[in-house]
Design a protein around this ligand. Structure first.
Ligand code: X8Z
Ligand code: ZN
Length: 601
């Protein structure tokens, strides 16, 4: 390998005069130079990232004019450095290198979420726009001054269409002011992507999955087609129930479902309307929120319960600093980012979560989700800096969710929350509840980035941003805006990951991967019953294998990590389909009799 490059240098030097010799020598890089370059990059970025993470933490915990400015300043510096390194990395593009070095060079480029062009002005503007979009979202209020937290509760519990519509449209008044800024962000970061040799930012994001960008797009479509029949059955059934509740005027059967009736601000998870769609003969017998409240769980105890699941698998307990530095409650007297997140401040042990916890079953699961990020971060802390990451974004999002799938009635009994196990007649209800979360989410998880891919590649323009959004919502989710949207509406901006530019396909992939992980874990645990009843709590054999996968971080292409835990190298929806098979059968029966009854009329 190195010999070949050496020969090339020699050929060039022999061909010319002395001056030329010098240029040729400095122009053709060697593998050793590539290695030294990567070592410098890792050392510098590791050091600088700690300070950047601290400023971001402070900003997210204390949003003010000044902390926005500080975070913009630091982020502009970081991006400039990352972009400089990414451009230098291109120097080694044609070199034959060992796979580890090649992987690191690729990561130097792909780790940049939104690349800036090299000119300082664009870079500054991009950083300021991002800080501004982020704080517009997190400090947003509806016209009555209500926070997202308050509106979320209304969306979850109200069954009054007028009240729901008001909360739904009210929240979307925060985003029209974002539209022009968003369009600038797209223009600037696309310019940055092109300077790095990518056609646009969406392409760059799709390149982060160990395969060509266009193959990845095909993979997501393949997975969607695998799960679409299950989603369609659920969507149709839920529409029939909503129609029964609200009538033909509010929910006409020949149209998509109005997005404000599904129990969630974005119609991404429908669990909160379980009562409206519950199978008649299936009594679950308990409600996790009630159990937590009755047992006097507070925020810390909720997080302790999550930690306990991980330690039961053989993971070390969280460090003392986690408990000292995390944020668990919404402060009364200052603006914070309430959207839940997990942090790794120093790439070692300074891990934390930040979340405005409510004592609900939903937040209990979100805590497991966040802790999954933290335990992953700690598991890969001994990897080199550029490999301190998930095998892919979907892996990072799937870890805690895999654990949370083990929150079964039996597990709740084991940890003392549930006194008496419900009989098997509760199974269908439990499956329905899970499906309202996991199955309902699938097309939302996919369409978010379908929209951004179209935005970044220019198919959508600021003029068509909103109409393009609703086209995808209809096509994939079968959901529609409950009222005509105003001309200045920018509804994507009312969802956290859009103003914060967090790519979203990771959650779609995670929704499918977590069932693959879970099925593999249940098999390792020797579980033989129906998949949905399995819990691998306390199982050290599973824990050991799980930890081994997490410790790999991003050091290997993700199919290697997947294979290490599940024995297969492909993402595959058969596990989620197996999990929900009894529900699918029931849904299809219900839908069939509904259609028969209504065809007669
Ligand atoms: O953003 C999140 C996590 C933090 S990574 C709370 N999730 C997505 C969302 O809320 O939209 C988890 C599920 C999907
Ligand atoms: Zn997450």
């Amino acid at each position: 390998m190195i010999g070949k490059i050496g020969l090339l240098v020699l050929a060039l030097t022999l061909a010319g005069c002395n001056a030329r010799q010098e240029t040729a020598k400095s122009k053709v890089p060697t593998a050793a130079e590539a290695g030294a370059f990567v070592a410098t990059v890792e050392k510098t970025l590791a050091k600088k990232s700690v300070f950047a993470a601290r400023t971001e933490w402070v900003n997210a915990n204390f949003i003010t004019y000044d902390t926005d400015a500080i975070v913009a300043r630091v982020s502009a510096d970081m991006t400039a450095l990352q972009v400089k390194y990414a451009k230098q990395a291109r120097k080694y593009d044609g070199l034959k290198l060992d796979p580890v070095l090649r992987r690191k060079l690729d990561m130097i480029k792909l780790q940049i979420n939104l690349p800036a062009p090299s000119n300082a002005k664009d870079n500054e503007e991009l950083a300021q726009i991002n800080a501004s979009l982020a704080s517009l979202y997190s400090t947003g209020r509806d016209p009555e001054g209500r926070t997202l937290g308050q509106l979320t509760k209304i969306m979850a519990t109200s069954r009054d269409p007028k009240q729901l519509l008001k909360a739904w449209t009210g929240w979307r008044t925060i985003s029209p002011v974002m539209k022009a800024k968003y369009a600038r962000m797209v223009a600037i970061s696309n310019k940055g992507a092109r300077e790095l040799g990518y056609p646009d930012v969406g392409y760059m994001w799709r390149s982060n999955y160990d395969m060509p960008a266009n193959d990845f797009r095909k993979e997501t479509d393949r997975l969607w087609l695998q799960v679409k029949p299950l989603y369609d059955s659920l969507q149709f059934y839920v529409k029939t129930r909503l129609n029964a509740k609200y009538g033909d005027k509010v929910v006409p059967m020949d149209q998509p479902i109005p997005a404000d009736l599904l129990g969630n601000m974005w119609a991404q998870s429908w669990e909160n309307i379980y009562d409206l769609v519950a199978p008649k003969n299936s009594n679950i017998g308990y409600n996790l929120t009630d159990l937590l409240v009755k047992a006097h769980y507070d925020n810390k105890r909720m997080v302790k319960a999550g930690e306990n699941f991980f330690t039961s698998l053989g993971f070390d307990p969280l460090p003392a600093t986690f408990w000292q530095r995390s944020l668990f409650a919404k402060p009364r007297d200052r603006e914070v980012v309430c959207h839940a997140s997990a942090w790794d401040i120093n790439n070692k042990d300074d891990i934390r979560i930040k979340m405005c916890i409510n004592i609900t079953g939903e937040d209990f699961r979100t805590i497991h989700h966040e802790l999954g990020h933290n335990f992953y971060q700690r598991a890969y802390k001994n990897q080199d800096f550029l490999f301190e990451n998930g095998a892919n974004g979907g892996f990072h999002e799937a870890i805690g969710d895999t654990i949370a799938l083990s929150i079964t009635p039996k597990y709740l009994q084991q940890i003392g929350l549930l006194k008496k196990l419900p009989g098997t007649e509760g199974d269908l209800g439990l499956l329905m509840k899970r499906a309202l979360d996991k199955v309902a989410f699938l097309p939302f998880g996919l369409m978010m980035d379908k929209w951004r891919w179209q935005v970044f590649d220019g198919e959508l323009t600021p003029k068509t941003y909103n109409e393009g959004w609703w086209k995808l919502r209809r096509k994939y989710q079968g959901v529609r805006a409950p009222v005509a949207r105003p001309a200045d509406a920018f509804d994507p901006g009312a969802k956290y990951h859009i103003p914060n530019s967090v790519s979203y396909t990771r959650y779609f992939i995670a929704d499918i991967l977590q069932f693959q992980f879970y099925r593999a874990a249940c098999k390792q645990a020797g579980f033989t019953g129906p998949l949905y009843r399995c819990s691998f709590y306390n199982n050290k054999t599973v824990g050991k294998k799980f930890k081994a996968m997490l410790e790999l971080g991003a050091s290997k292409p993700w199919p290697d990590a997947l294979e290490a835990f599940t024995g297969t190298r492909k993402m595959d929806a058969s596990a989620i389909l197996e999990y929900f098979a009894p529900l699918k059968k029931w849904l299809d029966e219900q839908n069939k009799s509904y259609r028969l009854a209504h065809a007669k009329k």
